[in-house]
Design a protein around this ligand. Structure first.
Ligand SMILES: CC(=O)SCCNC(=O)CCNC(=O)[C@H](O)C(C)(C)COP(=O)(O)OP(=O)(O)OC[C@H]1O[C@@H](n2cnc3c(N)ncnc32)[C@H](O)[C@@H]1OP(=O)(O)O
Ligand SMILES: Nc1ncnc2c1ncn2[C@@H]1O[C@H](COP(=O)(O)OP(=O)(O)OP(=O)(O)O)[C@@H](O)[C@H]1O
Length: 713
């Protein structure tokens, strides 16, 4: 078969249209402008074309730029054309594929195959290999060269998506949602979710979370739900938070249709064509950007990932009710890790619903399957764990040869996705193209059990490729500039094999490998506080606690490291002392919102200072003695108690205290929490907490006078 442009492409489009499914076409040519113009002419339907500035998008298609494609994600088109003269970012393909509607096609236009590099310039070329070897996995595909007529692959659609009809398909209400509103649902799971929302309103729940992959009708459902809230008098002055008014288009569509069928009066306010508020005698549903949003009676968050966990927590806790949606699998790459974080921060009681069926195209759609596989949009390990972990070995994987085995790449991404709240498709570029990232795999019985993504850092590299060194430098001194570091970007063990020593085994193999490369220090920066214990148990020292919250995770990022050389040890000791100073002296301000239990754990993971910069006067000793003897209460000598605690904890005296005593001192004296709250944290009565504090201070004061030795990191 010979490819003749544009007729062959037009024929393929008709085949796809008749099937009701969606397909992929990849066409190469030296004449991209001609390819773009002729394609736009023959495709029958609406189109979006994303192209670099050097190409003019034909008038027939809605234009978009590779850097601004996110603006197009709420829309829909029969044909989405991506024209590129080189780079084809995974995020771009995965994101725009979701915009193609049923019976439509994603068309990629690129330079001739032999000269096309879809990866970034300066990369090692692994992504090109990976993408090209993955293309044939598309079940509906036309891949050809328009200049030579050569066809690389032709896989027409098989069968037709007959039974696929939009609607609630016989869903019977169980929880009291009005039938006429349920009739607007596009899928049974959307109808059920709406029905459950009715129960939520009646039961007085605080939060309602809608989860689902892209294009499942989450935003539209939020709109229908808010219409129901209006009907029940529960909306008032509601706020809908999203990155832009355009991204709320589907929400407002659902809201307006819902209000209409419920017979409620409304007025629409638009700015630049986008709806920004719907008002009525019942109140108002207004758009707010994430930075401007204020807590309110009913808070609607259209995409939690766009708002971030920290901001979501702040807004949600002060709002009456929260209605939020989060994309589990989509190009946003939020994933299950993020979903659990969102669930954690939303006020309880919480009702959660999942929308399953796609709306823009039928279930089992070949394009969706291909995008999910190739760009690993379902990043949870779906392969069985090795049956035995007796015979394992660690391998370093070279990106170019790794790229030849697409399945291996996907397993690695699935595993490494566990170590991060968000894994975007672009992460493929990091592991397949970076010169300074090396993947380490722990393979047991031929199967992948654990993996680590390790970046080699040197001062000469551009940021962010030397982020650990930069923080060490800021925390310690210029000696950090002389170091070579290995940063564990991500490390993860198959979920079925965790806590069996494999993480430790892999980490120690990475350290050995790093030693061989002349590395001075191995570091890890992360925002997942549930794994602090792993780093402490494997001998890592804390050298950094971010003063700010990570917007996405809502946690303060931490830095842990282990030195491999004396030079590394010296820098780490200095940086870690700095971290201790900040934790102790900033406990009442910057770090006051860290739980006292966590501050206590982190303190134990830092290095003590030789000479604590706090001197107690004779008067302080006298005051403390009267407190120890029970003559006065802590509150009467709080100034001296603060100086004594800070000074002793700077010097590393916490090793004289058990965990509860340390937590008590941190909460009451360093953080300044009231005694009642301190007692609550300890799970003790106020009297018990007071006694514990007195004993703890007694132990510290003795230590402060005698301590001189230093720990080795
Ligand atoms: C830079 C980053 O990537 S941070 C993110 C880390 N990765 C993740 O969160 C992904 C999900 N988690 C995992 O994949 C794994 O649990 C890892 C990588 C954190 C640890 O690997 P595992 O094989 O489970 O740990 P391993 O069994 O080797 O444990 C070593 C020690 O750490 C302790 N430990 C491990 N995980 C934890 C934890 N979450 N909390 C407290 N202690 C822990 C173990 O008890 C053990 O201590 P012990 O030897 O005194 O008994
Ligand atoms: N019940 C419905 N009736 C009519 N159209 C609907 C309905 N539900 C969703 N849609 C349409 O289906 C498309 C996808 O819905 P929506 O935008 O709500 O999905 P989403 O899950 O928020 O995903 P995405 O992030 O991909 O937009 C939109 O064009 C929306 O207008």
């Amino acid at each position: 078969m010979k490819y003749s442009h544009p007729e062959s492409l037009a024929r393929f489009a008709v085949e796809i249209r008749n099937s009701g499914y969606r397909g992929l076409a990849v066409v190469h040519s030296n004449r991209l402008q001609w390819l773009l113009n002729t394609t736009a002419e023959v495709l029958d339907g609406n189109c979006i074309a994303v192209a670099p500035q050097s190409l003019a998008v034909p008038r027939r298609c809605r234009p978009g730029s590779p850097g601004g494609f996110e603006r197009l994600l709420g829309s829909e088109a029969d044909y989405v054309i991506i024209a590129t003269d080189g780079l084809l970012r995974p995020n771009l393909v995965a994101g725009l594929a979701g915009v193609v509607s049923s019976g439509g096609m994603l068309v990629i236009m690129a330079p001739p195959l032999h000269e096309w590099n879809p990866g970034p310039s300066g990369g090692v070329g692994g992504y090109r290999r990976y993408l090209l070897s993955s293309l044939r996995e598309a079940r509906v595909l036309l891949w050809a060269d328009a200049d030579t007529g050569e066809v690389y692959a032709y896989q027409p659609p098989r069968g037709r998506a007959h039974e696929w009809l939009l609607g609630p398909r016989g869903y019977e209400p169980r929880f009291g949602a009005p039938r006429r509103l349920l009739g607007l649902a596009a899928t049974p799971s959307q109808a059920e979710a709406l029905d459950r929302f009715s129960l939520y309103l009646d039961a007085g729940y605080r939060s309602f979370l809608v989860t689902g992959d892209r294009g499942r009708g989450k935003s539209y459902l939020l709109g229908l739900a808010v219409a129901l809230a209006v009907k029940r008098g529960a909306a008032g002055e509601a706020v809908a938070v999203a990155p832009s008014p355009a991204s709320l288009a589907s929400f407002y569509k659902g809201l307006i249709r819902g209000l209409r069928v419920l017979g409620l009066r409304y007025r629409i306010r638009r700015v630049g064509g986008d709806v920004v508020a719907v008002t009525g005698p019942w109140g108002r549903i207004a758009y707010a950007a994430p930075d401007d949003a204020k807590p309110t009676g009913l808070l609607v968050v259209d995409e939690a990932a766009a708002v971030g966990v920290a901001r979501l927590r702040r807004l949600a806790w002060k709002s009456g009710r929260v209605l939020a949606a989060t994309t589990i699998h989509g190009y946003e790459g939020s994933g299950r890790v993020f979903q659990h974080m969102v669930e954690d921060v939303l006020p309880k009681p919480l009702e959660r619903v999942e929308l399953r069926e796609p709306i823009r195209y039928p279930p089992g759609d070949p394009l969706e399957d291909w995008v999910n596989r190739v760009f690993v949009l379902k990043p949870e390990p779906d392969y069985p764990a090795p049956a035995s972990v007796d015979e394992c070995r660690v391998e370093q994987l070279e990106p170019r040869s790794l790229a030849e085995q697409p399945e291996a790449v996907r397993r690695l991404v699935q595993l490494l996705a566990l170590a991060h709240y968000r894994t975007e498709p672009d992460y493929l570029l990091v592991i397949l193209e970076s010169r300074n990232h090396i993947l380490h795999a722990l393979v047991c019985g031929g199967s992948l059990a654990a993996a680590a993504d390790v970046a080699l850092e040197e001062w000469g590299l551009e940021e962010p490729a030397r982020i650990a060194l930069k923080i060490l430098w800021l925390q310690a001194d210029s000696a950090a500039k002389e170091l070579k570091a290995a940063r564990i970007v991500r490390i993860a063990v198959h979920p079925e094999l965790q806590r069996r020593g494999l993480g430790r085994k892999l980490l120690s193999a990475v350290e050995d490998w790093a030693r061989g490369k002349g590395v001075d220090i191995v570091a890890a920066l992360f925002g997942r506080h549930d794994v602090i214990g792993f780093w402490v148990k494997t001998g890592y020292t804390l050298f950094y606690v971010s003063p700010r919250y990570n917007k996405a995770t809502g946690e303060k990022n931490l830095g842990f490291a282990k030195p491999l050389t004396p030079k590394g040890a010296e820098v780490l000791t200095n940086a870690s002392r700095r971290a201790r100073r900040k934790l102790v002296l900033g406990a009442h301000s910057t770090y006051r919102d860290l739980a006292a239990e966590k501050t206590a754990i982190l303190l134990r993971a830092t290095q003590p200072l030789h000479d604590a910069p706090i001197v107690l006067e004779q008067l302080d000793h006298k005051a403390l003695n009267t407190y120890m003897e029970g003559v006065v209460e802590l509150e009467q000598v709080i100034d001296s108690a603060y100086l004594a605690t800070a000074s002793a904890l700077l010097a590393g005296c916490e090793d004289r205290l058990d965990d509860r005593s340390l937590v008590a001192l941190v909460a009451r004296i360093l953080q300044g929490k009231p005694i009642g709250e301190t007692a609550e944290i300890l799970g003790a009565s106020v009297e018990e907490a007071q006694a514990l504090l007195r004993e703890a201070l007694k132990a510290l004061i003795g230590c402060r006078r005698s301590r001189t030795q230093r720990r080795s990191p």
